[in-house]
Write a protein that binds this ligand. Structure first.
Ligand code: 2E7
Ligand code: F3S
Length: 330
């Protein structure tokens, strides 16, 4: 039996919204205010069921394909990015587009275009079927080969083993990606690195924080949705770095009280697409069960912000006396 007085929560920081998610969610909210409902959004704006549900209640309509959007309507492209063919399709349907692709994904797209222009085979490390991977691959489909983790390295076929570069999805496990690159370099010693890290600052910081927290926690609860790549990675990293048990939940009511058996310290964190109110719901649920002592673990500070998409900034600026809601620094 765990004594009530020793029960505590370690709360990871940074957690939750990254700058790209903040920008993408604000984009839909401001578009709804500026142009009125409905605003169409291609795919989930970010991979979080609560965010999608909340925006639907405000008048956003989520569609899977651009062709589902009525001619002339406004469509927002999600934070995960789209292939150039999606922009072309939207133009063909005379849609008004607002591109909420995270600037750090756009950076990877540009790297792909540059390596393809120099006729490199590009090994894109990422998860098959993920929207970000589909979008990046669409920039250079004839040059990009997907490498889905270290075990997939043996399957890679390239034209010239001396003219190969690697790129990655932004939300991968840092340690697994290092392992994949090491294996790729064994096969291709002249493998070129990306000009800068593709795994983004937010993914890296959330993994750093969960590692430090998991070392002192028997159970880790990660708030996030099943299809959220970066959230799923946080569960894996927690298990690899000391937590006996780790689970992903969308809401506090998904926590099984049996997980707490014999647990003194619970670690809590959330993925980059998760509003902090959902974490507060988990903290309240834990407090009701004697885990009311909350200590933050903050191994790294985060201050990144991005400006809104240019299409939206242009229209907001055109309004007399309009105030841009976030400082454009990105
Ligand atoms: C965009 C990008 O929406 P998410 O859960 O997405 P992932 O990629 O982790 O499934 O998190 C925010 C986000 C992360 N990466 C948005 Cl490219
Ligand atoms: Fe962008 Fe990284 Fe967030 S790629 S959307 S800053 S998780």
């Amino acid at each position: 039996m765990t004594s009530t007085t020793s029960r505590r929560v370690l709360l990871a920081k940074p957690r939750g919204y990254c700058a790209g998610v903040d920008r993408a969610v604000q984009t839909v909210e401001i578009a709804l205010e500026q142009y009125g409902a409905p605003i169409y959004v291609r795919k989930q704006i970010v991979h979080n069921v609560h965010v999608v549900k909340t925006l639907e209640e405000k008048g956003a309509i989520f569609v899977d394909e651009t062709e589902e959007v009525p001619e002339g309507a406004i469509v927002v492209f999600s934070a995960h990015g789209v292939a150039p063919s999606v922009h072309q399709e939207a133009a063909g349907l005379s849609l008004r587009t607002i591109d909420a692709t995270c600037p750090l994904v756009t950076k990877v797209h540009k790297e792909a275009v540059r390596f393809a222009r120099d006729d490199f085979d590009i090994l894109l490390i990422g998860h098959e079927g993920h929207e970000e991977v589909i979008g990046t691959t669409g920039e250079a489909p004839d040059h990009i080969h997907l490498v889905d983790g270290p075990d997939d390295v043996a399957n890679v076929q390239v034209r010239d083993p001396d003219k190969v570069a690697w790129l990655s999805q932004t939300t991968l496990s840092v340690s697994e990606t290092v392992a994949t690159v090491e294996k790729l370099r064994e096969r291709f010693p002249n493998l070129l690195d990306p000009p800068s890290d593709d795994i983004c600052y937010a993914t890296q910081n959330r993994q750093t924080a969960v590692k430090e927290m998991a070392a002192g926690a028997e159970l880790v609860i990660v708030v996030g949705s099943r299809n959220s790549s970066n959230s799923v990675r946080l569960v894996e990293v927690a298990k690899e770095h000391g937590a006996d048990d780790a689970h992903l939940v969308d809401y506090a009511d998904e926590i099984d009280p049996a997980w707490l058996a014999g647990v003194t310290t619970v670690g809590v964190t959330s993925g980059a697409s998760v509003p902090d109110e959902l974490v507060h719901g988990v903290l309240a649920w834990l407090a009701e069960r004697g885990y009311g002592d909350v200590q933050e673990v903050e191994p790294v500070e985060e201050h990144m912000r991005f400006s809104l998409p240019k299409e939206l900034r242009r229209d907001l600026r055109a309004e007399p006396g309009a105030q841009l809601p976030i400082t454009p620094v990105g």
